[in-house]
Design a protein around this ligand. Structure first.
Ligand SMILES: Cc1ncc(COP(=O)(O)O)c(C=O)c1O
Length: 387
């Protein structure tokens, strides 16, 4: 696998102590629920293996991934705890899924007998979760289908119904209408389950926004993702915990030069200098996840000040205007996400400039960018590297 080197001028550091603080917020808000940490998409770009190992030290024993391959990667890294595959799986993956003791989310009626046929080889009834569609318009059996499913013999034989879940579509919206409807629909399902006298150990609904805003979405398990990494997308008037972004993304100035009025920067000359302009060249580009939409729009921190991106972001390089920051030298640090002096740029800022959400910004940080880890409860600085 591709391994970026430790000496790379562009890197991301992940503060595992800040991760611990974010986990503490989850536990404070959902004190009676067990935690399934959502570490899909390489833990939203932070490094699934390192994040999962750190979470294990924080007594998290359940992990959520999107794909079978993500689950296998965690198993191969020695994670023995429950790994729930929450995304779309196909029967061709079931043999491998069982071989690695991953727990599937079954989201279509026909997947029950198909998966049961694969799980027969397991020595004990194989745990599965079923997803009910309550308004996300994505994966899941209908409430009606679920009630039929509950009487199927497979769930008393090769399979064991360990979990019942649904997913909220709109919990970060100021308007609670859709979420309340989804919660009411799911509650009706739970009532029917209860009437049938079925005990399902893990009932789960809440993503980060649910955990923060909807106490009625908290059942025996919660599924936080983005809040573990220090972000949320709830509106400003919502009461939210003091989450700490755990990732800092930085680079090092590779070159400084001055252009005269009328001179241009980067492809297609989208920036033309109107004054004598000092330009710093940063060795980071869209191939690293620094999106081209940040061309002439983004900002970075240099010398404790915000400076603007000028010209088009290239595949491997980005230029910024440092005219107003005196004395900037080659080799100085530039912060793409993080804090410098009293200034801070977050993934939410980049998301606003690109008209997207912080999730996408974090997930997009590329494999060329080495991730370094500030260990749990250690002073910043003693970083260990991994990719
Ligand atoms: C099924 C499921 N549960 C939980 C989460 C975590 O969501 P969030 O990152 O908003 O907390 C996700 C992420 O998209 C998901 O797909």
């Amino acid at each position: 696998m591709y391994q970026p080197s430790e000496s790379s001028p562009t890197s991301a550091s992940v503060d595992l102590t800040a991760l611990a603080q974010n986990v503490a917020h989850v536990r404070r808000l959902a004190p009676r629920a067990d935690v399934l940490a959502v570490v899909k998409a390489n833990a939203y770009g932070h490094g699934a293996i390192e994040i999962s190992h750190a979470l294990q030290k924080l007594a998290v024993r359940r992990f959520g991934v999107a794909t079978v391959d993500e689950g296998i990667a965690l198993r191969q890294a020695g994670i023995q705890d429950t790994i729930l595959v929450m995304g779309a799986t196909v029967p061709a993956q079931f043999t491998e899924l069982v071989a690695h003791r991953l727990t599937p989310v079954l989201y279509r009626t026909d997947l029950i007998p198909t998966f049961a046929a694969h799980a027969r080889t397991a020595p004990t009834p194989y745990p599965v979760h079923i997803k009910v569609e309550t308004g996300m318009g994505r994966l899941g059996v209908s409430p009606h289908e679920l009630l039929e499913l509950l009487s199927r013999s497979e769930l008393r034989g090769p399979l064991r119904l360990e979990g019942l879940m649904t997913h909220l579509a709109d919990a970060d919206n100021r308007d609670a209408g859709q979420t309340e409807e989804q919660l009411a629909r799911f509650q009706q399902v739970l009532n029917q389950v209860q009437i049938r006298g079925l005990a399902i150990p893990l009932i789960h609904v809440a993503n980060s926004a649910g955990i923060i805003k909807y106490p009625t979405s908290l059942h025996s398990l919660v599924r936080p993702g983005i809040m573990l990494y220090g972000y949320h997308t709830l509106s400003k008037d919502t009461q939210t915990p003091e989450l700490q972004p755990i990732l800092t993304w930085k680079t090092t100035i590779a070159h400084v030069h001055t252009i005269s009025p009328g001179g241009s920067v980067s492809y297609n000359r989208t920036f033309i200098a109107s004054r004598q302009t000092r330009v710093a060249v940063l060795p980071v580009g869209y191939a690293d996840g620094y999106n081209r939409l940040l061309s002439n729009r983004g900002q970075v921190l240099i010398g404790g000040r915000r400076v603007p991106v000028i010209g088009r972001v290239c595949m491997d390089m980005t230029m910024v205007d440092i005219t107003d920051v005196p004395g900037v030298q080659v080799g100085e640090e530039a912060i793409l996400i993080g804090q410098q002096s009293s200034e801070r740029i977050t993934a939410s800022d980049l998301a606003a400039w690109q008209q997207t959400i912080p999730y996408e910004i974090l997930c997009a940080i590329g494999s060329r960018v080495p991730r370094r880890y500030l260990p749990l409860d250690s002073p910043a600085g003693a970083a260990s590297q991994s990719s």
